[in-house]
Design a protein around this ligand. Sequence first.
Ligand code: PLP
Length: 363
Amino acid sequence: MESFTASNYAPFPVTLVHGEGAWVVDDTGRRYVDCLAAYSAVNFGHRHPRLVAAAHAQLDRLTLTSRAFGNDQLAPFCRDLAEMCGMEIVLPMNTGAEGVETALKVARRWGYRRKGVPRDHAEIIVCDGNFHGRTTTIVGFSTDPEARDGFGPFTPGFIPVPYGDATALRAAITERTVAFLVEPVQGEAGVIVPPPGYLAEAREICRAANVLMIADEIQSGLGRTGRTFACDHEDVRPDVYILGKALGGGIVPLSAVVADADVLDVITPGSHGSTFGGNPLACAIGREVIAMLRTGEFQDRAAVLGRRLAESVGGLVGDGASAARVHGLWAGIDVADPAVPARDVCEMLLERGVLAKDAHGQT
Ligand code: PLP
């Protein structure tokens, strides 16, 4: 049956049929602890009862209207999410990549209409090692050759700088720079945590240069690092949050761009949209996700379990691992032996009932 499926992934040899909390079961009845959590989309565990109940209740009422008409879940969802972010306006989309594309459009239009950048000359600074999704514009500014190969020509206007280097960011800004797009932790690159103070310094650099700081918290946000946002660890409030993954509770795709009105107001009727973005089913689930995050319980749990994870994973350094980076309940472990790819280690973990995923090469 696999022969009918496009080969854009090389999945591990396991077929999952059931999930509950941190546990999943395969088609032979074997149980695994799921350490990938669908790349943080299942931050609350598989089929969390509150999220499943919210989905069921909405399924029985109304699922999709398109934005040609209003629905009664959209406004409360946007209000709750804006409040959680401490910002004014929410633009809902579906996948993470769509959220990123939306933020790029917002930043360019803001640059032309509010900052006075000459039309079609906007520059957006991005980071080496970034991962923001798989659309043609986004892979165009990826620094991973595998992600780009064969997909050009690409959208111009993106300037890469080394990640974690505030001096390089400052030097790359010109009068045409409209935004700095950054992952507060680079997940796909191998859970790369930037040096302490980097996000706060980037915040100040962007503020001083009238450049939008766009934090892609699609994977790092919504509890994973032990705080609601990874930016919270440095008391940083970006100009724009891009959220996704766990926002849909592991049930539906739901992403959002969140900012103040003087930024997001540049999007006007007809300039952007999505058939499914802001649908009542996703918004009802998203509201429950926000309600669960409001208590702080999940963030605290990620922090507490993260400290235990850091202790045990830290013990592997010098004993098979060359480095380990842990931020909340999120870890990247570098395999010391260059002859052993991380994928092989993940296959051994699978044998032992642990689902984990290699990032690049040795992580
Ligand atoms: N941004 C970041 C930081 C991500 O980790 C991802 C997915 O892994 C994306 C964007 C893209 O999200 P999606 O796969 O939902 O398009």
